[in-house]
Design a protein around this ligand. Sequence first.
Ligand SMILES: Nc1ncnc2c1ncn2[C@@H]1O[C@H](COP(=O)(O)OP(=O)(O)OP(=O)(O)O)[C@@H](O)[C@H]1O
Length: 620
Amino acid sequence: MTHGPVPHNPGHAGGGRMGGPSRVSKADQSQLTLHPVSLRRIGRLFTPYKGPLLLVVLLITGSSLVSLFQPFLVRGVIDDALPHANISLLAWLVAAMIAVAAITAVIGVWQTWISTRVGQGVMHDLRTKLFGHLQAQSLGFFTRTHGGEVQSRMTNDINGMQSLVTNSATAVAANVTTAIGTAIAMIALSPWLALISLIVLPPSVWVARKVALLRRDITLKQQAHMATLQNYVDEGLSVSGIRLAKTVGSTGRDAERFSGASKELADLEMQSQLAGRWRMATMQIVFAAIPAVIYLAAGFPVGGEGLSIGTVVAFTALQSGLFRPVMGLMSVGVQWVTAMAFFSRIFEWLDLVPEIKEPQQPASMDLATVRGEVRFEHVDFAYDGHERNVLTDVDLTIPAGTTTAIVGHTGSGKSTLASLLPRLNDVSAGRVLIDGVDVREMRFADLAAIVGVVSQETYLVHASVRQNLLVAAPDADDEQLWDVLEAARIADLVRGLPQGMDTMVGARGHRFSGGEQQRLAIARTLLRNPRVLVLDEATSALDNTTEAQVQAALDHLASTRTTLTIAHRLSTVEDAQQIVVLDGGRVLERGTAPELRERGGAFAELSARQREGAGEVDAH
Ligand SMILES: Nc1ncnc2c1ncn2[C@@H]1O[C@H](COP(=O)(O)OP(=O)(O)OP(=O)(O)O)[C@@H](O)[C@H]1O
């Protein structure tokens, strides 16, 4: 099938050259326009893990409360045990300090274990859901969207939210409880010192928020560049990509393009790290300054009088215990802002509604008795987003068990017409019927069982010959596999392979010649034994001898099923019960080969020209 120009690519953000690293290019801007994300929706991802999450919150609260004893123990040591040389009190206090540390450490390990399990569970659910959802999308989505973009969102974006999903709930719970507990303890120790240390909080939060937004924008740009980079790898380092690059001599340019995108990614990472580092530096200054300010405040006559040394020491210990959680919360805030952007990108795709949907109440089909009469009823079709009709008022019937050949100039709509039968596309008007049932009313599985497709573009997965065949029928035994290989005239070749049917076919089947790949694809389709066969230039990659052989096999198979065949070489459609000539998406002529030749129209002209061409070739 011919893929036309890519009209609109919602996800792909990094096509051409990007602007300088500090400028936001148009593509980046569109990337920053976020799909709205509701907190409730994120919350729903965690619903299955309510129990473990509650346990985590309880553990954290317990551990925070236990650790609050520490400064009071310190004050006891300094103000009571040491000055009065009370050894037994000192021993008790020290033992309690060690116990508090041990208890909080053990709780920490337990809590990390549970929260990581929850986080990984959420990520796993999201990844699986997205994969399933994208698989349900129509072919149109994949013709519009770059493969690298899909890979990038599936992996980079989901990984990007990992730290948030795994740590945020626990970090928030831990830090909030610690911060509140510590603030209460601080006020209990000295309201005056507490007031002094809390004053610096608002400006710190402001700085952290600024940095968070900056880093989010940088991260989004990074994701877009990462997707671009993945596209370059995808396109440039595949068998077809390398073949193109080597034959058109574009390897140098490809490497330069890759290097440009990679450099921009490196620059962005620099910016991101630097922004983070500045935030840390600001916080460090605040951290260092606060104890000093507390000593100053403790020495002040107003408010400072009556404070014991132990209170001041315990207080400075406590205030670091307040700022650490506040810092922690701010980090979560930073991660949160960025992760929201990832959620937005993931949810955007989860919200895509497949253009081609399975019916809610499918027609019940008895697969054993399907006859396979195909009817295109006044079919119009235009590709999504295009006004021009590719097919207009195509009305034709293919009686069960007969062969209809579609011929016509390139671009006349032959592949598009064939794509309507397995619902790779849906009609814009009219209906496509099999045994009188609209294909849109059938279960996907039923339709796939009834209609088999062999197209000009074969797709073999990087696995063994056997696995490639079993994709079509997982339960088939060896005898069935050999049968279809025989029928597709490829059994001898497979037998001669080093590991027979267990030989790997190589990336996208490149270990085999085009003709061999096509015969394997034919065998795979035959394994499903479909009632209706769509052959979209199925023999186009074969030489004349092999084509004749495979054609004979296909003719034999076609004799028992309904076949819609598309062929450029008219010699292969000679025996079809009906030939339909398409021109600009309309049916121009129909009839058998002799009838059409007799009529002296487009078919006669086309076949005369081809025979002339063949004659010329023969004459050479
Ligand atoms: N995904 C698509 N989006 C938009 N237009 C498309 C798409 N696929 C095909 N077209 C357009 O639809 C028209 C018919 O294409 P189609 O592939 O059906 O022709 P064809 O007769 O099978 O051609 P060929 O013999 O070269 O394979 C062409 O003009 C093509 O550019």
